[in-house]
Design a protein around this ligand. Structure first.
Ligand SMILES: Cc1cc2nc3c(=O)[nH]c(=O)nc-3n(C[C@H](O)[C@H](O)[C@H](O)COP(=O)(O)O)c2cc1C
Length: 389
């Protein structure tokens, strides 16, 4: 990929360099990856979401993404998922984006629909389909599902209804309505969730899509509905704000949706004006012998690198990226434009501010809120070896 708006020729750490996409400047390349917390009631963000996500702004991240936020009530994964299917859900998100902005972070929202993987249990309740124990324990009942194909995601999951064209048209309108609400809520970046076995990944992958109409069969047909959604979102999302798409770059090794497919999809997304592809993997059921590559540090980076090089679109790398030097090396190698961290951020919401000190030394303390950094910088000086020691 040519050195363009996405690279800065500088000896200064790339991780800490600003990045401009459309009308927005990210203060650094550090992103909090979308992570479901399953704590919403009726899709509403609460004080928990404000404090949880707000910590990452105080901790120096450039972009803080919400967890998957459902475009319809039926499109939730669990009863605890966030949503933007009605106007009443806007206000608590506005409070969140105001806080993130006040503390120097951009606010991103991931819009999704669970498809055949909806009506599920929270991970700690079993991660399976909702059933009688959930009804008894928490009054959580399953709801009817829709998907590309009328086939259960896994044993015991409800069989979804296959979407017909008019239901698909309605969903495109739902995505757009949710995007309008996201704009009203003050979000800067919109990410369309096309990964992890949910609705749109279910259209893309031959493992989820067995349709025999214009939306199934060939790669072009399987991409048709996700591309329609992406195109509709690009038309309604403000021209000066970036639109990302998260993909599962492969379903499994030599099985199902492949990196070649992802490159074709990314190239089509680029033509529609999508700004960046966020490269995850997996989410479909695959035979064990075709499972994902071993989960070693940065195991998904090669996918971000492949998409960036071959489709010529900016990418975000994610997956077991844990330290600043590793993140910097990924950017230096030209493998990605942004670095997303998930669990490491849960473990350390100050990761970005710490990475800034690690990579930039003394000047890095300005990445902290002054009320913390002033003290921490002085404490750090105590640790420096004294002359003659
Ligand atoms: C608790 C948890 C919730 C997650 N929820 C989402 C989600 O809502 N949307 C999504 O695209 N990925 C989700 N993911 C995947 C993360 O965004 C990320 O891609 C993954 O955790 C790998 O990055 P990591 O090794 O830095 O954690 C979730 C991961 C975790 C651990």
């Amino acid at each position: 990929m040519e050195a363009g708006p996405f690279r800065t020729d500088t000896a200064a750490p790339l991780l800490l360099q600003p990045l401009t996409l459309r009308g927005l400047t990210f203060k650094n390349r550090i992103v909090v990856s979308p992570m479901a917390t399953y704590g919403a009631v009726d899709g509403m963000a609460s004080d928990f979401h404000l404090v949880h996500l707000g910590r990452f702004a105080l901790g120096g991240a450039g972009l803080v993404m919400t967890e998957a936020t459902a475009i319809t009530e039926q499109g939730r994964i669990t009863h605890g998922c966030l949503g933007l299917w009605q106007d009443g859900q806007i206000a608590p998100f506005r409070r969140l984006t105001d806080f993130l902005h006040a503390h120097g972070a951009l606010a991103g929202i991931q819009l999704g629909h669970s498809g055949a993987k909806g009506a599920g249990q929270r991970p700690w309740h079993g991660n399976g389909p909702l059933g009688d124990p959930d009804r008894t324990a928490r009054e959580e009942t399953p709801w009817p599902l829709v998907a590309a194909t009328s086939e259960a995601f896994d044993n015991g999951f409800p069989v979804p209804a296959a979407l017909d064209e008019s239901a698909m048209d309605a969903l495109v309108a739902d995505y757009c309505a949710a995007a309008h609400r996201a704009q009203a809520a003050g979000f800067d970046v919109l990410e369309l969730h096309c990964a992890h076995g949910y609705l749109l990944h279910g259209f893309l992958s031959p493992l989820g899509n067995r349709r025999d109409d214009a939306y199934g069969g060939s790669l072009a047909n399987r991409m048709r509905f996700p591309l329609r959604v992406a195109q509709a979102l690009r038309r309604v999302w403000p021209e000066d704000r970036p639109l990302f798409v998260r993909v599962s770059a492969i379903d499994g090794v030599d099985f199902g949706w492949s990196l070649d497919d992802t490159v074709a999809f990314a190239a089509a997304l680029k033509r529609l004006g999508i700004d960046l592809v966020d490269c995850s993997t997996g989410g479909m059921r695959v035979p064990r012998e075709h499972g994902l590559p071993a989960r070693a540090p940065g195991f998904q980076v090669p996918f971000a690198e492949g998409v960036r090089a071959r489709a010529g679109i900016a990418t975000m790398a994610v997956g077991l990226i844990r330290d600043a030097a590793q993140a910097e090396a990924i950017l230096r190698a030209g493998s990605a434009d942004l670095i997303a961290l998930g669990r490491e951020m849960l473990s350390d919401p100050n990761w970005a501010a710490k990475a800034t000190v690690a990579l930039a030394g003394e000047t890095g303390w300005t990445a902290w809120p002054q009320a913390f950094g002033w003290w921490l910088q002085r404490r750090a000086r105590l640790d420096r070896p004294k002359a003659g020691e």
